[in-house]
Design a protein around this ligand. Sequence first.
Ligand SMILES: [Ca+2]
Length: 211
Amino acid sequence: MSISKSLITIVTLAAAALAWSLPAFTGEEPGTAATKAGAKEGEAPTDVAAGNILLNPGLEEGEKTPASWTRGAEVDGVEYRWDRTLGQQGKASLCLNKTANRYFPIAQWYQIVDRKPEGRTLKVSAQVKAEKASKAIIDVVFLDENSEWVIHEWVCYIGAKKPNDPPANHDWKEYSGTLKIPEKARKIQIGLQIYGPGKVWFDEVRAEYVK
Ligand SMILES: [Ca+2]
């Protein structure tokens, strides 16, 4: 009895070890990050990184307001719009239209999600359409256990970086950036912001843990 029991244990352990070691190998291959997110069901997860941690990333869900996204403060000369006629995917996106010719105060749509302790690096991306946008930002705020700011960082910059640069004026285009997650961070706030005059739309917003 005890021999067969130990045998079963050994076999089980060996199988588990094999299952564990296989994804580790595939994880070493370069250029697989994009396909990993779309790993087929039944495949062992290659790492905790796969998948978007944001809810309603395509802005298609919601009744009167976009589900899971919050509007920032009212700002004179800024129109917040959940645009249900225009999307990079589907029919909806988030729009900020600033007509006031100044940078502050800023306006933003944002979403706060819990940080997974094992997540160390965050990749953020979005599809952005811009109409004479002088300065729009995808901002990430890391919050501690008391929901206090640890740090905030600009992960994507849309617009004119230098005084003589033209404003951003383009159809849907992907912006992305990667950030180190501070040790103390417990929550992550993704903000889609407008600083200067112009109009921007955001769709397919992604935040994912990467290695
Ligand atoms: Ca959409």
